[in-house]
Design a protein around this ligand. Sequence first.
Ligand SMILES: [Zn+2]
Length: 430
Amino acid sequence: MDLSVRWLAFAGIVLVSCFSPLSSQAELSPLAPEPDWGALDAFQETMTREEFVHWINALFSPDGSFWKFTVINGNEVTLFGDKEHTRLLYRLRLAPDLDSQIPLRATTVSGWKLSKAEATSAKPLRGLVICLDPGHIGGPWAKMEGRFFQIGSDPPVLEAELNMRAARHAAKLLESAGATVVWTKRLFEPVTALRPERLREEALASLYPAGGATSVPASFSAELERRVVREEQVLFYRNAEIRARAELVAKLNPDLTLCIHFNADKWSSNPTRAELIPQSRLVVFVHGNYSEEELTYDDQKWDLLWKLLSRISIPEAEAGESIAKQMEATWTFPPESYANWSAARRVGPNPYVFARNLLANRIYRGPVVFVEGPYMNARDSYERIIAGDYEGTKIIGGQAYRSIFAEYGEILARGVTAWVAGPTSTVVNH
Ligand SMILES: [Zn+2]
């Protein structure tokens, strides 16, 4: 390398460091790593302006917040860290038209289309890798997570256990249809090696975001100490745990991940049967619908662009709608309405499918369908949930019911099978 080249290289480093988000105030979500903007270069000129604008307006930012951080000039999108456009983050070149659009490299998208080629009629899911993500940690952590309740002397309800039972049924059926099933977790233990007490610095940073360490009070009242400890716990089970699972998903590289949950409606901390909610509602989440506040974080802007440009939302919506159809056919509960809640927004043709920006469906690589089963605290499902898992049928409230967990597993497996079979397939009756 001659001197002038070396000088240019040195100047380049200086330039990069002057304008990189690191040197100004990059806004990052709690525990989020610095985004790798260069990784988005694989998507340059791989999408037309028309398609890009469609995805932003229809799915990722229907309230228009994304546009506050960007300038579109011809076929170039300039993304800024702030709404004042002082902090440049990234320049994305769009394709002028479909003919000049550069095809995506296979490594940047899910392999689901390739996998479909291996399927046979006996093994329709052969070649497909499905990751099961039973929600929450459970076990001794369930109370901290707020995923535990008990009414009188009834069996306690731990959501993590319910999710795991449904996942086990789904795994059996998916495997017998030829799929390879992988898991984010099999035990009621954290996947993350972090523990709440090791997240004190991060807890203080999220409680005192404006001035950083300087604004943290010198001494802590008992009340303040409780708040900090609670923040450590929330960062542990809601954030660090999901980030650890995301690392696993990235290594497992599945064609589809199913986040499996049971839902609940708000109620008191000492619940009674009289307080049970009259009726369950059902929902399936796909990723999208970022709020303006979420988009102030640079890592979330990166996640949005990655998910949008990799077109993972296409198989994600197809699989989500397919599972939603099966859910509706089996359980018949009405869909959520979320009329007064802007975090979830109805998208696509199916009334059960909503877009929501959840940490799991944002940072797990590949398509993610986040399924919420019936309410644990609703009259129409509580008795079936505390009846546990069983073979055959049981009489509950004068009616014969199969295990609600077996039904959940079948819904997931049928939904995946119908998705793989293609858009012309109809609901599988049972
Ligand atoms: Zn849950």
